[in-house]
Design a protein around this ligand. Structure first.
Ligand code: MN
Length: 198
């Protein structure tokens, strides 16, 4: 079993945490089932979808963000595991640093793993991610209900799709990334975060 420290090597290797306000890993034990979606205006705007799994934040970059429409399949590109301390990070990653640009917490809450195998047995989150098919229920402020993350392709072509399940929270008319663009924690938009960073 790989320890959390090893799993966060990529996170540390990509950053100089002296220059960036991003958090270091403080060994926060977490509560086990939180998620966060961070809106990140880097070289291109995207939404970082992160699920707390075994002491780290498993992460995917979703260019268009999550949809509430089950017919929309949103591309999700896996990125390095992040420390749990990252879950409430908002701020500006300085120019020249990895991921330079503003970050805000677009939505956060808890999730429940609903993944099962073909025989109907429950599958743990780490194993589900390994197998490339994760099914879970989120309770956020802006998004709610069932979602799936499905891996397509492998190696350098590894891509995932984030898809809303067709449940009572599905709504093809909602478009929360457009109608609710601000931080769920501080109500700030990206420009405010930028100007307040000084
Ligand atoms: Mn990002």
């Amino acid at each position: 079993m790989t320890g959390r420290d090893d799993r966060l090597d990529d996170y540390r290797d990509k950053r100089n945490l002296v220059d960036s306000p991003e958090p270091a890993d403080t060994g926060d034990p977490g509560q086990g089932n939180r998620f966060v979606i961070q809106k990140h205006r880097a070289s291109t705007l995207h939404y970082d979808f992160r699920l707390e799994v075994d002491g780290v934040l498993k992460s995917w970059a979703v260019p268009k963000g999550p949809s509430t429409d089950p017919s929309e399949r949103r591309l999700a590109v896996p990125t390095e595991d992040h420390p749990l301390d990252y879950i409430d990070f908002e701020g500006v990653i300085p120019e020249g640093a990895y991921g330079a640009g503003e970050v805000l917490v677009w939505d956060t809450g808890v999730y429940e793993n609903e993944t099962s195998d073909r025989e109907g047995n429950r599958v743990g989150m780490a194993e589900a991610i390994e197998s490339g098919h994760v099914s879970f229920h989120v309770e956020g402020t802006k998004i709610e209900g069932g979602y799936s993350l499905i891996r397509t392709g492998s190696g350098d072509d590894e891509r995932w799709l984030l898809v809303k399940k067709d449940d009572e929270h599905a709504d093809a008319r909602r478009n929360p990334t457009s109608t609710e663009p601000e931080s769920v924690l501080t109500d700030r938009g990206l420009d405010e975060i930028d100007s307040e960073a000084g």
